[in-house]
Write a protein that binds this ligand. Structure first.
Ligand code: DC
Length: 229
């Protein structure tokens, strides 16, 4: 068995609902989920744009001080960095954009790739991000790629923000999502794309339960995540 036999990967662009789906899927399966965007965001918030001027060795050395740890299962899964829950400060679109910029740096990707793989070696995971099925876990047992138009993703983000009493400008959100798409899809290393063996789901006209249902039916029809149990 390879280290990624018990991994389900979910990749897709910003705002497509990967984290929500990963949480729900992990809850149903009784395993943990890993929000790899949160790892990039945490490093981005701490290192800032200065990382773009640093050598690979310097980045690796600074990053070695950040210890990520997963605890719990399903919707109660929590990601800790240096013993503290990752901060809600990482959740702004500005930090998302900064994370997307720093995610182009090979040293940052290499550091996080090692951590992500060792987490999956320790426990079965639903891992969500941009390169989970293509680069990090090419042997994952199940791979999904979620997509929806930038307009729909921006609309969902806006409704989310409104539910948290944070009114947002739809045109600005759509523009930010488009920009991040370009940056994530066109970078040289580990660009956002569907793995050739991923199940692609256009979520534009589907709600969360429908997407989850499609995934679970596919997993069940292929023998489940743990076929030998
Ligand atoms: O999923 P997210 O919006 O939280 O991710 C923030 C940024 O981090 C995203 O725009 C690109 C980068 N990222 C990445 O390059 N690879 C991943 N596996 C996850 C995120």
């Amino acid at each position: 068995m390879t280290h990624s036999a018990s991994v389900i990967t979910i990749d897709g662009p910003a705002g497509v609902g990967k984290t929500t789906i990963a949480r729900r899927l992990s809850e149903t399966l009784g395993i943990s989920y890993l929000d790899t965007g949160a790892m990039f965001r945490t490093l981005a918030l701490n290192l800032g744009l200065a990382a773009e001027e640093m050598s690979e060795e310097a980045i690796k050395s600074v990053c070695s001080h950040y210890r990520f740890q997963l605890e719990g299962h399903g919707i109660t899964t929590q990601l800790f960095v240096n013993g503290k829950l990752v901060s809600s400060e990482i959740r702004t679109e500005e930090v998302g954009m900064l994370a997307s910029r720093l995610a182009r740096l090979p040293a940052i990707r290499a550091v996080l790739a090692d951590i992500q793989r060792s987490m999956a070696a320790a426990t079965p995971l639903v891992a969500e991000g941009r390169d989970m099925g293509t680069v990090i876990f090419p042997n994952a047992r199940f791979k999904f790629f979620l997509d929806a138009s930038p307009e729909i993703r921006a609309l969902r983000r806006m409704r989310d923000a409104e539910n948290h009493d944070q009114p947002t400008d739809l045109a600005k959100l759509t523009e930010q999502i488009r920009l991040r798409d370009v940056q994530d899809r066109t970078r040289a290393i580990a660009p956002l794309k569907a793995a050739s063996d991923a199940i692609c789901i256009d979520t534009s006209d589907k709600d969360i339960s429908e997407v989850l249902g499609l995934m679970l039916r596919h997993i069940d029809a292929s023998g489940g995540l743990f076929p030998n149990r």
